[in-house]
Write a protein that binds this ligand. Structure first.
Ligand SMILES: *Cc1c(COP(=O)(O)O)cnc(C)c1O
Length: 225
């Protein structure tokens, strides 16, 4: 299938969820996750009208960023090693994986402009996942105050690997609750208006639970073998 065909099907599914949950379609941004596919396929996505692109590894990110330039909006969605920050930070529009203060400190040191960050939270409490423990979130936020180049635009999570829809929904709902707690702090550097949650297999549940950015790889651009 072409990206254009996939995009049409996905947009229809998004419309359907929005209609039944009284959400506004324009509040949901699709990020095409291109980590599994070639530069050509990524270009095809941009030609199909995709504006936001996501990569989870340095090498893949730099390669695609080099080939496609700064016209797309670039999302770094994987965990970022502190020592790699200097190579990528000024080329990233949104970082989805802020989860530790040393990373914030390195960003502060290297970035020449403000960086829009999502704090990644391990909302499901699965130990193997990256992301902050929910109990650590508020303390972490306060610790971010000195790092003036960081703007906390929202929270990000990955649902646990399970077929159980209730468990998946529970992790998205937990993230929404945490967002409310963050917003109640009213920190100038953390408006936290966005929720990055939902992938190919669970984006409809994520939208029902309040996602504003969904990250779609397989269902949108596919997966090269
Ligand atoms: C790979 C990846 C995605 C996309 O996964 P699909 O299931 O193929 O849609 C989304 N978010 C993150 C953080 C990823 O690493």
């Amino acid at each position: 299938m072409t990206v254009k065909e996939n995009l049409k099907l996905i947009e229809k599914r998004i419309s359907d969820v929005c209609n039944r949950t009284a959400r506004n379609k324009s509040d949901i941004t699709i990020i095409a996750v291109t980590k599994y596919v070639s530069i050509d396929r990524t270009k095809e996505a941009v030609q199909a009208g995709v504006v936001h692109l996501g990569e989870n590894r340095n090498e893949g990110f730099l390669e695609k960023r080099e080939a496609l330039g700064d016209k797309p909006v670039w999302h770094f969605i994987g965990s970022l090693q502190t020592r790699k920050v200097k190579n990528v930070i000024d080329k990233i529009d949104y970082l989805h994986s802020l989860d530790r203060l040393p990373l914030a400190s390195e960003i502060q040191k290297r970035a020449t402009k403000k960086v829009k960050c999502f704090i990644q939270v391990n909302a499901s409490g699965e130990s193997a996942k990256h992301g902050l423990d929910p109990q650590e979130l508020l303390g972490f936020l306060k610790g971010l105050e000195p790092y003036t180049s960081i703007e906390v635009v929202g929270l990000m999570t990955m649902a646990p690997l399970t077929e159980n829809q209730d468990v998946i929904r529970g992790s998205f709902r937990a993230l929404k609750e945490l967002q409310k707690n963050v917003q109640a702090l009213d920190l100038p550097f953390a408006p936290c208006k966005e929720l990055s949650m939902g992938m190919s297999n669970d984006f409809e549940i994520a939208i029902e639970e309040g996602a504003t950015y969904i990250r779609l790889g397989t269902s949108l651009v596919g997966k090269d073998e």
